[in-house]
Ligand binder design. Sequence first.
Ligand SMILES: Nc1ncnc2c1ncn2[C@@H]1O[C@H](COP(=O)(O)OP(=O)(O)OP(=O)(O)O)[C@@H](O)[C@H]1O
Ligand SMILES: [Mg+2]
Length: 321
Amino acid sequence: MLKIEDLKIHYESKKGLVKAVDRVSFEVGEQETVGLVGESGSGKSTLGFGILKILPKTARVSGKILLNNDDLVPKTEKEMQKIRGKEISMIFQDPMTSLNPIMKVKDHFLETIKTHIPGIKEEKAVEMTENALKAVGINPSRMNEYPFQFSGGMRQRVMIALALVLNPKLVIADEPTTSLDVIVQAQILEVLKNLKKEFKMSMILITHDLGVVAEMADKIAVMYAGHMVEFAENEKIYYEPKHPYTKALLESIPNTDINDLTLKYIPGSPPDLADPPKGCRFAPRCPFAKDICFEKEPPVFEVEGSKVKCWLYKGDENGDG
Ligand SMILES: Nc1ncnc2c1ncn2[C@@H]1O[C@H](COP(=O)(O)OP(=O)(O)OP(=O)(O)O)[C@@H](O)[C@H]1O
Ligand SMILES: [Mg+2]
């Protein structure tokens, strides 16, 4: 249902062009959840904002974002307003910045509903609000309260309800649980998991935490420094990771084994995206890097059903590498 082709999102800045998302291609199927993982600054939010076209004016976008074969890239702001909320909606990391503190919870919903369904009867819009709140486990009687009267976890539930009230086909959730404690985080993930089934929607779940996507995602896309280095089925990422960065990321998950409390990390740091290495962007930190890795950007090879952007797999490909 969503197909991204060769998407580039570069920001103009004083340092030059920041290549935050570079030649990224992937797909999200009907009712499928894709986990988008990668460390801070790898371009995850940029990609999410890019799909909804809510980027700052300094962003330059090229490539295709096909929603059911309809390219969003050339669409005008007016056309996008019809798509946002109704076809694709977003759940942001920090609900306090996206909810208006001086607006009752109910009015956030009514505003969204009325924008997309002009002329809708007040009672019908209120009923939709009640149903959405119930779906995330909030008593609808609380809709007359203000966002600050809710706890962090409750606010995130309100945000989720708001994102789902128009029954969109695709939801992009950008670190929806990062600001919450682990217990509330687990509850919110459970809510998302159930809603996904109930509303039959597709989801892009953005997180830096491979643990979060483990049970939520059908497929996982791994980002490194603006490149999508691996895209594969969930199990393949965990049991047969192919890209050296994916492997390193998995090894750096803290374990609870009392006999092995060494914390593994990836030496070095990600490149400056205004001046990235000309070959593979991970090469300077990669223990397997060969000469070609420093010289030429690797294409995407298809290896045993996984898509891997890495020279190590040249010759192993069985597809459109
Ligand atoms: N408006 C902007 N102008 C210039 N550079 C930007 C802008 N917004 C983001 N960037 C840069 O683009 C890169 C990707 O940022 P992005 O926020 O997409 O990363 P992220 O993966 O979401 O990180 P995090 O996990 O910290 O949220 C970073 O290097 C960031 O500094
Ligand atoms: Mg982000």
